[in-house]
Design a binder for this molecule. Sequence first.
Ligand code: CUA
Length: 193
Amino acid sequence: MNTTVTPAAAHPHGSEAVAIAAERRWAIVVGVIIALLVLMMVVTGLHWAAMPPSRVETVDVNTLHLKGEFVEDNLGTTLGPDGKVMVRLIAQQYSFVPQCIVVPAGMPVTFRATATDAIHGFVVGTTNANTMLIPGFVATFTTSFRRTGEHLMPCHEYCGTGHEAMWARVQVLPAPEFLARARGGERLDCVPR
Ligand code: CUA
């Protein structure tokens, strides 16, 4: 590598030595970064080969509608005795149950969801609430919604001919309004707005 530095023409060898030293330093820094990235790939590859990347929870698709957590009257939003907000939903060709989900703003909301027939998924508006739904597995995540308002929640995994018509709505209510309506521990439905 030859660098031409005009003002240092009086000391051509000095500037060349500085440039070579600088390039060597960069080569070492870049080499260390590459070595770290390769090491990360090897470690995570070996680690995940032995262990799934996240908690894996299975559910029996055949009895999903009949018993357990995902029976129809257990779907929707509930406020637990511990004050935790839980949303349970299922995805099927080509709808979500429930069709409209109520959540509070500024409080942690845990989603638990699964699919009955094909791979589906959802994203809530422009928030980071986003997951795939795979038959036989329970997807779960906790998020909180900053602003009140209504979001569209489309299916974002191609699941068949009705895919583009598959969506639900998410209503984010002010926390006091949500809590007032949630008293009694029953499921919450969307309010017409
Ligand atoms: Cu369900 Cu696409």
